[in-house]
Design a protein around this ligand. Structure first.
Ligand SMILES: [Zn+2]
Length: 247
């Protein structure tokens, strides 16, 4: 190809990328407000939330880099709701923030079409925490892959996410309840935390378990080593080990 032909191809590809359609997320008869990348906001959210939420995305990622180093998160769509109408539509009647992985059954009306999607039900003062919590799930899933991620019990995924995001907020004195280790599958976790009065208590018990393990034994490097061990085939109980007895 001669130089002029290459210039034409370059100009054409530039114009094509400039014309690439923005990602659009249908919401009733309209669409969510596209903010940046693949981040979408409830059109009923106050204007002031737009720039703030874009900044929070950067803050949440910077926060998680403190633990994981360079993030390896899969590309993820982020949907932020500010009204119950939006929360029901995207997160279903429970209106809980969630990560919807490809193949997950969706509780809301929205069809993710296999796109890894985070739905945040709080665009307000806890939005950063909700976002960080769900991005921990994205990072764990990305590092492990779906098969290894499923071999780590739900309580540990949730305990790590709650610990690194402070979402949900827990009482200063965490109650370390070993019974939370019976919640191994996402279904069991979802059902227990949907029981009246069990939501925050269960998250905080899982956080206590994860923190007791991390602080007593392993720290950040231990978490990364556990993920590597499980990914390479080690059973979770062996990688996790027995918690150190309380002194
Ligand atoms: Zn979670």
């Amino acid at each position: 190809m001669d130089r002029s032909a290459r210039l034409v191809v370059a100009a054409l590809s530039l114009s094509l990328s400039a014309c690439a359609p923005l990602p659009r997320v249908a919401f009733h008869d309209g669409a969510l407000l596209h903010l940046v990348d693949d981040v979408h906001l409830d059109p009923a959210a106050p204007r002031a939330d737009r720039e703030r939420l874009v900044a929070l995305l950067g803050e949440a990622k910077a926060h998680l880099q403190g633990t994981f180093g360079r993030l390896r998160g899969y590309p993820v769509r982020v949907i932020v709701c500010a009204t119950d109408d939006c929360r029901r539509f995207f997160a279903g009647p429970r209106m809980r923030s969630m990560l919807i992985a490809p193949g997950d059954r969706m509780p809301g009306e929205h069809d993710t079409r296999g796109q890894l999607t985070v739905v945040l039900v709080d665009a307000g003062e806890r939005a950063l925490n909700h976002l960080a919590h769900e991005l921990v799930h994205v990072e764990l899933l990305s590092r492990l892959g779906p098969e290894a991620a499923a071999r780590i019990p739900a309580w540990f995924h949730e305990g790590v996410a709650a610990s690194l995001s402070d979402e949900p907020p827990c009482p200063a004195a965490l109650v370390d309840d070993p019974l939370v280790e019976s919640l191994r599958t996402p279904r069991a976790w979802w059902d227990r935390t949907n029981e009246p009065g069990q939501g925050v208590a269960t998250y905080c018990a899982a956080r206590a378990r994860a923190e007791a393990w991390g602080v007593a034994h392993h720290g950040k490097q231990g978490l990364l080593a556990l993920l590597d061990a499980v990914k390479s085939g080690e059973p979770f109980p062996a990688a996790f080990g027995a918690p150190e007895p309380a002194r």
